[in-house]
Design a protein around this ligand. Sequence first.
Ligand code: GLP
Length: 283
Amino acid sequence: MEIVIQPNAEAATDLVARVIARRLRENPRLVIGLATGRTMEAVYARLVWMHREEGLDFSGCRTFNLDEYVGLPGSHPNSYRHYMNHNLFLNVNVDLKNTHLPNGVAEDIEAECRNYEKLVAQCGGIDLQLLGVGLAGHLGFNEPVSSLRSRTRVKVLSPVTRAQNSPLFAPPDEMPRRAITMGVGTILDARQCLLLATGEDKAEIVARMIEGPVTSMLSATALQFHPSCVVVLDEAAAARLQETDYYRWIFENEPQWQSYRAEMKTPNGHSSKHKFPAAQIKN
Ligand code: GLP
């Protein structure tokens, strides 16, 4: 795992968007694993800005989302299909046929999960998996005691996840109790993982994920097994880590980050050159 700490959420988000954009420019047929949640909204706003202002081209890429609520059709405003369409897909030039999420209203949910795995394999596997981390310590919806070798399947959502996400539903008890999610094993098969966490409410879970013991109680700790995983944090989310001097030294000195450091430096220090107002996004 490589840990990058940025001064604030804006810089952390900007760096994540820049990593994705660079990988997409290097390989226009990139297979990207995507995540949802509030943290990712700002990443998608930056990618939309890069598409509009810098011509970032999504026309050849394929995408696979981590998860979808069981029982919500894509037209439902709380479905992750709806979230993705409105935060990213309809605002860039990706071919919607190449964007994949599990179908939460499939008649045969188990077959849907098996087919999702097959589709990922048919596309050659995921090159870059974008991740957030829930307060329950989950990746996707891999709730406590998810097998660290699990594949795409249905999970029952934990009380912590229900408390975190139900305020987005009106009324909150309309939040489904189950979701289809890529498994921990599916996620670990991605060639590279890129996790973003910001804000003080993530500090404890981030410290356990990075510096704590691997346990199925927190599926995010399984990233410690991944051979190529970058975790980008803001200061608030990094607040409970122990080895911060070491992590900071790596970002400031190692050559793989040099060009990013140069891109992101302005005369005022470590802030991005441009603002990426979410208001630019079509809804
Ligand atoms: C949901 C998603 C996760 C995501 C989490 C974080 O639970 N299934 O993939 O990591 O939200 O959400 P937020 O960014 O809102 O904290």
